[in-house]
Ligand binder design. Structure first.
Ligand code: SF4
Length: 408
């Protein structure tokens, strides 16, 4: 009964073999790593460098780029140089489908510039030569001392393997549900490919596995199974999660449950950006998921009540939003100037019902005046009421107090 536990928290982490991707440790007890993927044309060096830097500055600790054709493979070393010139060392992962073996063989500078290669076992090269093409990529990874992610995907599952398992299932005395067989094919696809890679000579500490599905319940089942059957480092992600709040909720539900069970060494939240929307949102959501669950701290948390009929004006929402935005914008600089600033808790509350109580739990908190209350906003620092703000400058004054608190 969890109510009888003195300490609330996740299950112990599933033990996995640690993999170094560039200078970032994945698995083996390392902090859960946030990663993301660009959506620029990789052949566009400048555009890709700019987006990688935006993602890295937001907190993406690994960045994946698609390497889909010769122009993209040729651009990869220039992207690496462009990042280096701007002082960015984030590890880069190349995403390969169909012709990865060819691109990596013909563009050795690309193979060298990347830190990890992602292979999809469902589409490694051409059907009857798949094994040799898979072997080619693995051998190039071994030669260049690079990590590999074997990433099975529900949408591009190895059809031969699926057909074989479906036939076996149809002839079985106790046939399983077709969806369960598909899940089994996902897990087997990842595990058999990993075993084959080890046979070729790629050590376990160079391999990360993933088996992405777009349905929350299937994803949970697939990853639980994958984790129970192996100790490879695990990349978690709900594929094709979707747009806006649907994508965020589905990803948080699926990944949250798995993380709580100790499963997952690196995560990507795959969101479809709104037209013209910012790609960095997926990094922000991944960080917030890990932080709200207590796995890591990235940026100060702003606790805010939802507001209700007791809030008198938009001042409350404006203050909460402006504090949140201010912190996000300043974080890249604060991180180096104020070590530990990410542990700060700020509370912005709408009235006296929960305001003073919540504010006292924060490092610094404010309770704005609600309907019918005296137009005064008490501010609490480290649990003590230190000041009461009044009038139209409440927002500016509180912001200044937050900065003052951080500086001290
Ligand atoms: Fe409403 Fe006050 Fe609760 Fe905020 S703290 S939701 S304003 S009752």
């Amino acid at each position: 009964n969890p109510l009888q536990n003195d300490i609330a928290g996740p299950a112990p982490r599933h033990r996995t073999t640690q993999v170094m991707v560039g200078n970032v440790a994945v698995g083996g007890g390392a902090p859960i790593v946030v990663q993301s993927m660009t959506n620029t044309d990789t052949a566009d060096v400048q555009g890709t460098v700019d987006q990688i830097i935006r993602l890295a500055n937001t907190g993406s600790e690994l960045v994946r780029i698609t390497v889909d054709r010769e122009e993209a493979a040729a651009a990869v070393p220039h992207i690496r140089d462009g990042l280096r010139k701007r002082g960015v060392t984030v590890p880069l992962i190349g995403d390969f489908h169909y012709i990865g073996h060819k691109l990596l063989a013909e563009y050795p500078a690309c193979a060298e510039a990347l830190d990890k290669y992602r292979i999809n076992p469902g589409n490694v090269g051409f059907k009857d030569k798949r094994d040799s093409q898979f072997a080619d990529i693995v051998e190039i990874a071994i030669k260049n001392n690079k990590a590999v992610r074997i990433g099975a995907n529900w949408g591009s599952l190895d059809q031969e393997l699926l057909t074989k398992l479906m036939e076996e299932n149809a002839n079985s005395a106790t046939p399983r549900d077709a969806r369960a067989v598909t899940r089994e094919a996902m897990v087997q696809s990842a595990l058999l490919s990993a075993a084959r890679a080890e046979e070729i000579g790629l050590p376990k500490n160079k391999m990360v596995l993933s088996a992405k599905v777009s349905s929350v319940q299937d994803l949970i089942a697939v990853y639980q199974d994958l984790a129970s059957r192996s100790d490879y480092a695990i990349h978690l992600g709900l594929t094709e999660a979707g747009m806006g709040s649907k994508g965020i909720v589905a990803s948080a539900a699926a990944l949250g449950i798995l993380l709580q069970q100790g499963i997952g060494d690196t995560i990507r939240i795959s969101l479809t950006p709104e037209p013209g929307g910012d790609r960095t949102l997926e990094v922000q959501v991944a960080q917030e998921l890990l932080q709200t669950m207590g796995f890591r701290t990235f940026v100060p948390l702003v606790a805010a009540c939802p507001g209700c009929g007791r809030t008198t004006s938009t001042t409350f929402q404006e203050l909460a939003r402006s504090i949140q935005d201010f912190i996000r914008t300043e974080m890249p600089e604060w991180r180096s100037r104020y070590p530990g600033v990410e542990n700060l808790h700020v509370a912005v509350m709408g009235c006296i019902v929960n305001g003073p109580g919540e504010s006292k739990h924060a490092n610094i908190g404010i309770s704005l005046p609600g309907t019918g209350e005296t137009p005064a906003a008490p501010v609490f620092v480290d649990g003590q009421k230190v000041k009461t703000l009044r009038g139209p400058t409440i927002a500016t004054e509180f912001k200044a107090m937050v900065i003052d608190y951080i500086e001290k």
